[in-house]
Design a protein around this ligand. Structure first.
Ligand code: GAR
Length: 202
């Protein structure tokens, strides 16, 4: 079975990344799919998730976007850092940078994102408050393939949660986040299973 490296990009706490790392262990992704989380890369030096990754023995790197003149220069360096691990899959897990079309094209078909709304509703930022303000009764999260258009691309999984009376954005975000931790590892496992079947065919 071919070895499949997964590189995860984070900007903050990295709870989705941690859920994926734990699911990979629990679900024996190495034995089943030849897959391992090879590296966690952050655009912020103080991203809380970096320490968790290090404690798990996973390689980490920081590519600080502030050190680059423009998006293209940052994305080029980010791609260099990612490509050091020859990834089969690149996973955006709370990675809060808009990526250039060139970057997205480089990883076409092997770049996933999770977004805290029921896409195609509420692309962009402040999704939880916007869903509350719009009077929605339900909110959720979406795992999707990344395409050049922000928060678009084929949907792989969604989770729905209720919006309850009195919900603040923070309360709703926490309710959604627990579901993100369920659907993101599951969607990645399905993606890996699909690759395994496809590549096993003559
Ligand atoms: C998650 O809610 C994720 O959906 C969101 O950031 C949070 C990261 O949490 N992503 C976006 O808003 C991307 N546009 P985490 O660092 O604990 O995984």
């Amino acid at each position: 079975m071919p070895s499949r490296n997964i590189v995860i990009l984070i900007s903050g706490g990295g709870s989705n990344m941690a859920a994926i790392v734990q699911a990979a262990k629990r679900g024996r992704w190495q034995q089943r799919y030849g897959a391992q989380v090879a590296a966690v890369i952050s655009n912020k030096t103080d991203a809380g998730g970096l320490r968790f990754a290090q404690e798990q023995g996973i390689a980490t790197a920081v590519v600080d976007h502030k050190a680059y003149a423009d998006r293209a220069a940052f994305d080029a360096e980010l791609a260099r850092a990612i490509d050091a691990y020859q990834p089969a899959l690149v996973v955006l897990a709370g990675f809060m940078r808009i990526l250039t079309p060139e970057f997205v094209a480089r990883y076409a078909g092997r770049l996933l994102n999770i977004h805290p709304s029921l896409l195609p509703a509420f692309t962009g930022l402040h999704t939880h408050q916007r869903a509350i303000d719009a009077g929605c009764r339900f909110a959720g999260a979406t795992v999707h393939q990344v395409t050049a258009e922000l928060d678009h691309g084929p949907i792989l999984a969604q989770a729905v949660v209720p919006i309850l009376p009195g919900d603040t954005a923070d309360v709703l975000a926490a309710r959604i986040l627990t579901q993100e931790h369920v659907i993101y590892p599951r969607a990645i496992a399905q993606w890996l299973a699909q690759q395994t079947i496809t590549q096993a065919q003559p």
